[in-house]
Design a protein around this ligand. Structure first.
Ligand SMILES: Cc1cc2nc3c(=O)[nH]c(=O)nc-3n(C[C@H](O)[C@H](O)[C@H](O)COP(=O)(O)O)c2cc1C
Length: 400
């Protein structure tokens, strides 16, 4: 058996290349594992076999778990927060399988580890071909999928700042970078009241902001994406019931343009019914990492059938089936009943479920948009745009 010399590794300033390099090393270890099968049959657990077993154990015990963590804790969440449209749909399709395979490969590795340990110790010369073949085949197809879809998407979508953040996280995981700032203490009980954060990252002045609030929103949204804000597209939607009592919930914004801010939902849900009776609503974005809040108020209208169709059909199959299967906001006996209903819907509609009439987009057409930037000592900046009857926007500063 022969061992290739380690090739030169890319630096963490190229994190996607580092991940590919890890794949290449996994491929080498898999080849060693496969060569071990005939070697053991002809030579038993000789010194060469023991060395090979030790090398494979070392790699899959130490390096491979870090590689999986890089993907699960950094790469995939960053992609989720950056991708939209077809990219987001592809992620929704691929990521659950990728994560599931990580678990399965970990499981097979536990079995292989036992066998290789005995070989490395010279205590046995048995390696089950079935385990080796399953492990190698699953890893190879898994890496191919990641290299074919995930890595190119990250290269295409990530900004230089995101690449740097990914590389730094991977470096820290390996203990070769300054450690991250300590996590904040848990906020419970009295501690919540004493939590006090002073904001001072940025400022917002009348001359900084654009004349058009949509242009300003676009600038801030893009900055939120670049800063890898957690779920930048999550916003609260507040509606009121017939007695004027407010209620709010989080939804994901799917589109914004000068016509308004769009999300998709079930028209028969609580929010859908409330908006049918009273179209006034308020949206709220809070991007804590940037110390920014955006409040948007106005009236809500339904998106066109074509827009709703287009978005519905861009969603992954399971999400489309779930939209049909869920009578959103209605009670149901238990989870089993919900899942059985989903299965029945999946059987009924197959691969091309139609958009239900009661599912589609709502667009909030704004009349007031406020941009809030946290400042030191609670002396925050607030710039509000108010729509005038001639369609123009008036801009004012509000006191904090
Ligand atoms: C991060 C996040 C994203 C969500 N996105 C949506 C969405 O886009 N559309 C939706 O109908 N519900 C979404 N939900 C669920 C809603 O918060 C809510 O539970 C659901 O719409 C029912 O609300 P309702 O009973 O007030 O109508 C999301 C929840 C979270 C936490």
């Amino acid at each position: 058996m022969s061992y290739a010399l380690p090739d030169s590794a890319p630096g963490f300033d190229q994190p996607i290349a580092v991940l590919k390099h890890c794949h290449d090393r996994i491929r080498k270890q898999l080849a060693t594992l496969e060569k071990l099968l005939p070697h053991l049959a002809s030579h038993g657990a000789d010194e060469e076999a023991r060395q090979a077993a030790r090398a494979v154990i070392k790699y899959f015990d130490q390096a491979a778990p870090l590689h999986h963590e890089d993907e699960e804790q950094n790469l995939v969440p960053m992609l989720h927060s950056t991708a939209s449209g077809a990219d987001a749909a592809l992620l929704a399709e691929l990521v659950p399988g990728i994560l599931d395979e990580h678990r399965q490969m970990d499981g097979i590795w536990q079995d292989l580890h036992e066998q290789l340990r005995a070989i490395a110790d010279g205590a046995a010369a048995v390696l089950r071909a079935h385990d080796v073949q399953r492990f190698a085949a699953m890893y190879r197809s898994h890496m191919e999928r990641e290299e074919g879809h995930i890595a190119p998407m990250a290269k295409r979508l990530f900004s230089a700042a995101q690449m740097a953040a990914l590389g730094q996280a991977m470096q820290q995981r390996r203990g070769i970078a300054p450690s991250a700032a300590p996590a904040p203490a848990a906020a419970t009980g009295d501690a919540v009241a004493s939590l006090r954060k002073d904001y001072g990252q940025a400022s917002l002045s009348e001359t900084d902001v654009a004349d058009d609030p949509f242009v300003q929103f676009t600038t801030w949204f893009e900055e939120a994406l670049k800063a890898q804000v957690n779920e930048p597209n999550a916003m609260s939607v507040a509606t009121v019931d017939e007695q004027g009592r407010p209620t709010s919930r989080i939804v994901l914004i799917k589109q914004f343009d000068p016509r308004g801010f769009t999300w998709y939902t079930n028209y028969h849900s609580q929010k859908g019914r409330q908006l049918a009776a009273n179209p006034h609503a308020a949206l709220l974005f809070f991007w804590t990492e940037l110390e920014r809040q955006i409040r948007i108020e106005g009236k809500v209208e339904r998106t066109s059938e074509e827009e709703s169709d287009k978005y519905f059909h861009s969603r992954p199959l399971k999400s489309r089936l779930a939209a049909i299967a869920s009578a959103q906001s209605e009670p149901i006996a238990n989870r089993d009943a919900l899942e059985q209903h989903y299965e029945a819907v999946a059987r009924q509609f197959g691969e091309e479920p139609p958009r239900p009439d009661n599912w589609g987009g709502f667009r909030l057409v704004p009349e007031r948009i406020e941009f809030w930037q946290g400042r030191r000592s609670r002396f925050h900046d607030r710039i509000v745009y108010t729509l005038q009857s001639d369609g123009s926007w008036v801009r004012e500063r509000l006191q904090p």
